[in-house]
Design a protein around this ligand. Structure first.
Ligand code: NAI
Length: 503
């Protein structure tokens, strides 16, 4: 059993790791080259624990016991007897390599050396060591005691027994250990790419504003934060650098391509919350959100005609339109005066209009991957008559539920972001970066998504997701960015759930 742990680096992560394991009954020795930071870390942890005690989550005796298990040390030599050493120093390969090499001189051959790196290759860090088999990644999330996930990263030469011991330790501390091989972004930062990069792409193409995209993704699929709020919170300088790094590490696979607009915003210092301005402006730490304007009332002079193959969705849309007092046409083809509503999957409105032979001036699209009670989305196209848009907007928003109007896009906002998240999750499963169980537990824990990527696929229907991707790929001239993962395609072809594992 691992009973004594040395933590090197007492910054945001090191102090959290120390607190976690001291609370889990381990003896923790904490070191930082900066003694001031070390003192601050211990004070910070003591205050956190005292607050827990004040709230009744910890007794006085437990508080004292945890504090006594967390001790500062003033040199690396004092860590010699630890079973495990975890480094949480600055994110630089040569610093981490030099540190591990120095530690190897001080500790027995079976001491585990773990790195909390979030973006460096564990295999590369280990390559500087005399015993690379004792090195693994142990990647926590901030704040460590609250984020109940840790990635246990298997370097190319890591001894499987090291992984077993780290997994056991994580579980005993109440964290879910996600075992993952040493691949770019490991599991979580890899899976999280789809949400960020597809949202950026929507912006680049002028499809909707950041605030619209955030609102649509919060109110539809139920993400706790929109991608632009999230970028502002993380800092665009950090998240854009992660996007660039993962793109490069995948040898420029277009699936991960970062955004040129984001690069410019980083150059301009528009990092987000920490710089006072990002996709939102901040006053006293609070984001200023634009007021949503109520849908203007207009006379509904023309009948509506609806193209929707899904009977349940069709019934829901009919009900909404009828409640607005709209006259609905029932024929297979619209009359010349009709306003046509189409419900494409992965196709833009223009392509759908051409395929169905509808009049472009009076046709627009409605998003069906949404929660109709919270927010509705209409998609216009360049030939649309503004008077038609105004009527459609009022017809869908007459009951006070907000209606977003976005520009023509293969897959609106939600379809393309969800399809990208599902597709990347499938690819991660396909590449054995995580088994379905690990993936589905890790992503909601780390990213706060209401479902894992495969769960989203099941929720919206795997066949529908596949169709969205295929149509998007078609609309974008066979762009490889949207190529469906074989994992997704095979399970749809075989009628299996997306969570079906394979050998
Ligand atoms: P930080 O800057 O808050 O703390 C790093 C600490 O390491 C500093 O106190 C510094 O004095 C100390 N340090 C630097 N070189 C040292 C050395 N050679 N020996 C001893 N101490 C040294 O950084 P943070 O945010 O805690 O990150 C630490 C590591 O954790 C990095 O590898 C980072 O990528 C990773 N990480 C960070 C996350 C975050 O949200 N901040 C999340 C997950 C991983």
């Amino acid at each position: 059993m691992i009973s004594s742990i040395g933590v090197i680096g007492a910054g945001a992560m090191g102090r959290g790791i120390a607190q976690l394991f001291a609370s889990a009954g381990r003896q923790v020795l904490l070191f930082d080259q900066n003694t001031e930071v070390l003192e601050q870390a211990l004070t910070f942890n003591r205050q956190l624990l005292e607050r827990s005690q004040a709230k009744g989550r910890l007794s006085e005796d437990e508080l004292q016991a945890v504090l006594s298990r967390m001790q500062p040390v003033s040199s690396l030599d004092e860590l010699a007897d630890c079973d495990l050493l975890i480094e949480a120093v600055v994110e630089r390969l040569e610093v981490k390599q030099a540190l591990f090499l120095e530690l190897e001189d001080k500790v027995p051959a079976d001491t585990i050396l773990a790195s909390n790196t979030s973006s460096l290759s564990v295999t590369r860090i280990a390559s500087a060591c005399r015993h690379p088999e004792r090195v693994a990644g142990f990647h926590f999330f901030n704040p460590v005691p609250l984020m109940k996930l840790v990635e246990v990263v298997r370097g190319e030469r890591t001894d499987p027994q090291v992984i077993v011991r780290l997994v056991e330790l994580a579980e005993q501390a109440g964290h879910f250990p996600a075992i993952t091989p040493d691949t770019p972004g490991f599991l979580v930062n890899h899976a999280g790419r789809a949400y960020a990069t597809e949202a950026q792409r929507l912006l680049v193409e002028g499809i909707a504003t950041p605030q619209q995209i955030d609102r649509i993704l919060r109110d539809g699929p139920g993400f706790p934060m929109g991608p632009f709020e999230l970028a502002d919170l993380t800092g665009l300088d950090i998240s854009h650098a992660v996007m660039e790094s993962i793109f490069e590490q995948h040898y420029q696979d277009p699936r991960y391509s970062p955004s040129n607009l984001a690069a410019q915003r980083v150059a301009a210092g528009l990092f987000g919350r920490k710089s006072g301005e990002g996709y939102y402006r901040y006053e006293q730490g609070k984001a200023l959100r634009e007021m949503e304007i109520a849908v203007p009332r207009v006379a509904l002079e023309r009948p509506f005609w609806l193209d929707c193959a899904d009977p349940a969705l069709r019934a829901r849309l009919r009900q909404l339109l009828q409640a607005a007092g709209v006259q609905l046409e029932e024929g297979h083809e619209p009359s010349v005066s009709a306003i046509c509503l189409v419900t494409p999957l992965g196709e833009d409105a223009s392509s759908c209009i051409q395929r169905l032979g509808l009049p472009a001036q009076s046709t627009l699209a409605v998003e069906t991957l949404c929660d109709f009670d919270k927010r509705r989305v209409l998609m216009r196209q360049p030939a649309l008559d503004p008077a038609v848009l105004a009527q459609a907007r009022w017809a869908l928003g007459h009951d006070g539920v907000p209606v977003e109007v976005i520009n023509d896009s293969p897959g609106f906002v939600t379809q393309r972001v969800i399809a990208s998240v599902v597709n990347l999750g499938c690819e991660i499963a396909q590449r054995r970066i995580a088994d379905p169980y690990t993936l589905e537990r890790a992503i909601p824990l780390a990213l706060g998504y209401p479902l894992g990527p495969l769960g989203f696929g099941e929720h919206y229907g795997a066949a529908r997701i596949l169709r969205i991707l295929q149509n998007m790929q078609g609309c974008y001239g066979n762009e490889p960015r949207y190529r469906p993962s074989p994992w997704l395609r095979r399970r749809v072809q075989l009628g299996l759930p997306l969570t079906t594992a394979e050998e």
